[in-house]
Design a protein around this ligand. Structure first.
Ligand code: SAM
Length: 192
């Protein structure tokens, strides 16, 4: 976690200063609903975007430096988001349930051992029928930098019990490295 906390002393490559196009598209398609949690929200651009549209949004991140920046942005922009320093592997500590959880670049940082813990944690924070939208690096991204890649098979494996995978689509995760972004998967997964 020190890696992430230190990264936010500067501007890390995933912190693009605007919402990701894939989440804008989800909102415009009407796929986001109800109370929203942004898990691993970083400095909060996706959370702030959804709150600006009128959703009640919480954003959690384990890096205090990220949450500090997110809170400053919310204040400057006059947008209300409940930003908290909290761990995504223990979402039950939030003692709250959400209709939608978004994840931009969180799942792909977890180890194989952490993935089932995260799935259980996520389940504790979603109402039955609630949806989890995950954007992660895909194995088709050829450049050497970035987190380890996630295959569709690994997504199916992580959400095999207690979940319904609605779709896994080819997507783009925007970064500060270049305008084309990186090859990603966008998954829509419902809690049963
Ligand atoms: C690649 S960054 C993406 C941040 C943000 N979603 C965005 O798109 O700008 C991954 C984020 O996950 C956070 N993170 C990593 N492990 C976490 C954990 N166990 N609990 C909560 N946040 C975590 C990091 O601090 C970091 O902000």
């Amino acid at each position: 976690m020190n890696f992430f906390n230190s990264a936010y002393e500067g501007t890390p490559p995933w912190d693009i200063g605007r919402p990701q196009k894939e989440f804008i598209q989800l909102a415009e398609n009407g796929e986001i609903s109800g109370r929203v949690l942004d898990a691993g929200c970083g400095t909060g651009e996706n959370a702030l975007y959804l709150a600006h549209l009128g959703f009640e949004v919480w954003g959690i991140d384990a890096a205090p430096s990220a949450i500090k920046k997110a809170k400053e942005k919310a204040k400057e922009r006059g947008i209300t988001v409940n930003f908290l320093v909290s761990g995504a592997l223990k979402l039950q500590l939030l003692q709250n349930k959400f209709d939608t959880v978004i994840d931009c670049g969180l799942f792909h940082v977890f180890s194989d051992e952490e993935r089932p813990i995260f799935a259980a944690s996520l389940s504790s924070a979603l109402h039955p029928g609630g949806k989890y939208f995950m954007l992660c690096f895909s194995e088709h991204e050829p450049r050497s930098y970035g987190p380890r890649r996630v295959t569709q098979a690994k997504i199916w494996a992580a959400f095999s019990k207690g979940w319904k995978i609605n779709y896994i689509r080819e997507a783009v995760l925007e970064t500060t490295f270049g305008s084309e972004g990186v090859k990603a998967w966008l998954s829509s997964i419902s809690r049963l």
